[in-house]
Design a protein around this ligand. Structure first.
Ligand code: FAD
Length: 318
């Protein structure tokens, strides 16, 4: 241990467990989670290049956890090429990290709120939390990512290999999320079947700029607690990156730069949220102005589509 500063992390999800691994050689770090084991919620899609690079820093080879690399993503019937999205065994990866974490609850100099959508320690926000429902089921369907969306939410089917699938949806309320799942089933042939497991969660759809403060007294937030989730619900790799930024600020004793660095790094998240809001509010001019930016962001991160595909997709959103 290089420093005698004590750090207590609350939440051992994507951000908290990664942050522990980055900090534990330098500081006295303990972690507390309200769960007994990592959650198995369906959030198993991630951006391969970015997540692989970040996990490499803690000597984890992401490729050992990859289940499927789907060739296509099919959204409202429109088929687009997948460039970088992989489905990984998030639960097994978290279990691997948990086996190395020192769990405990100690009096610390710095407290980290890594409690995801709960944001259990930082001041409450004027929040936008969408409920999600999800199941694991068996289906014999070609291994692509399938989605069915409308303006306020979408349903998805992610292949997990061996004919297993995560089926889920998020929308402004559970009833609408359930409706979306029913449409997805009909559209792509995921007939109602026995569920291997099912659960519910929530997702924060507010960008970082609307999740301030990031720091309050000796509490500092990371991951979804400070809005590191894209407008389309991508939060795994952003949570890791936010933890890396926090680790760098703590090790270089420059916590005062943390907010600026997060807001700078995640400008693309702000862009995506603005785009989604314009679509939801039917702001045609704003949508057109944002399209090139959003296409460039997604081409770089995840999937590649043409303007024609995107406009067609927007037209199908009810
Ligand atoms: C249904 C669903 C599907 C998703 N799919 C994807 C996807 O495919 N790809 C993607 O990139 N993102 C996805 N996301 C978003 C992504 O899961 C999150 O943004 C990401 O996990 C956030 O990481 P985090 O570490 O901030 O929070 P989490 O990973 O949620 O971890 C928070 C941890 O805090 C713990 N906790 C909560 N309250 C307390 C407390 N009071 N004290 C101590 N511990 C506490 C929880 O038990 C949990 O372990 C999805 C989200 C949902 C809800």
């Amino acid at each position: 241990m290089v420093s005698d500063m004590k750090i207590q992390i609350y939440g051992a999800g994507m951000a908290g467990s990664y942050l522990y691994m980055l900090l534990s050689e330098e500081f006295d770090v303990t972690v507390k989670d309200t769960r007994k084991k990592p959650d198995c919620r369906c959030a198993w899609g991630t951006m391969h290049s970015e997540a692989k690079k970040l996990y490499k820093e803690i000597e984890i080879n992401l490729d050992e956890f990859i289940l499927v690399k789907p060739k296509y993503a099919i959204a409202n019937g429109i088929k687009i090429k997948n460039k970088n999205v992989v489905i990984f065994d998030r639960k097994r990866l978290l279990e691997e990290l948990w086996s190395q974490i020192k769990f405990g609850d100690t009096k610390a100099d710095i407290i980290v709120d890594a409690t995801g959508y709960k944001r259990a320690l930082l001041p409450k926000l004027n929040d936008k939390l969408y409920p999600t429902i999800q199941t694991i089921e068996e289906h014999d369907v070609e291994e692509n990512i399938y989605a069915y969306g409308r303006k306020t939410g979408y349903a998805w089917a992610f292949p997990l290999g061996d004919n297993k699938w995560h089926i889920g949806a998020g929308d402004v309320n559970e009833r609408r999320a359930q409706e979306l799942i029913e449409i997805l089933r009909q559209k792509y042939g995921f007939n109602e079947t026995q569920k291997i497991c099912s659960c519910k969660s929530k997702i924060r759809l507010l960008p970082p700029s609307k999740c301030r403060p990031f720091i309050y007294k000796n509490i500092v937030g990371v991951g979804e607690a400070i809005g590191c989730v894209s407008g389309f619900g991508e939060g795994n790799a952003p949570s890791l990156l936010s933890a890396k930024i926090l680790a760098e600020c703590l090790t270089s004793n420059s916590l005062d730069e943390y907010e600026k660095r997060i807001l700078g790094e995640f400008k693309w998240i702000e862009e995506e949220h603005e785009f989604v809001e314009s679509v939801q509010n039917g702001k045609k001019l704003k949508i057109l102005l944002k399209i090139p930016k959003v296409m460039a962001i997604e081409k770089n991160r995840s999937v590649e589509y043409s303007i024609k595909d995107l406009l067609q997709l927007i037209r199908t959103l009810r």
